[in-house]
Design a protein around this ligand. Structure first.
Ligand SMILES: [Zn+2]
Length: 119
């Protein structure tokens, strides 16, 4: 356990170096990004999206099929206080409500499928 903890601590130190805090309170990932939007990290040989990793680390396990959404709309933000769980439907609706929905930008077939079920 102790060994594992130290590994996690070292990993967090590494993360800290890649994260920039902005006045709004976002923890912005500045390292590698996935799809051009989400922070991508590797931990224990597994690829994680930065915000999902932070959610699991600080809040708890993400139920299968759930998304981790942002109240701040900044995909690279990993501040647990800005993260909430949602379904694809919630996320799409949230995006529409906030006026940021742009299918070309999302470019994700799953989102389109979710949309079709919603509307
Ligand atoms: Zn944020």
């Amino acid at each position: 356990m102790v060994g594992q903890k130290r590994t996690l601590m070292q990993f967090l130190e590494y993360l800290q170096k890649q994260v920039v805090c902005i006045p709004y309170g976002c923890w912005i990932w500045t390292g590698t990004v996935n799809n051009g939007y989400y922070g991508k990290i590797k931990f224990k040989r597994k690829d994680w999206m930065f915000h999902r990793f932070m959610y699991e680390l600080c809040i708890g396990p993400i139920p299968e099929g759930m998304l981790v959404c942002h109240t701040c709309d900044i995909e690279r933000c990993g501040n647990p206080e800005h993260l909430f769980l949602g379904t694809h439907k919630d996320n799409t609706q949230d995006a529409i409500n906030k006026g940021r929905f742009d299918p070309r930008r999302l470019g994700n077939l799953q989102i389109y499928k979710a949309m079709l079920k919603v509307h």
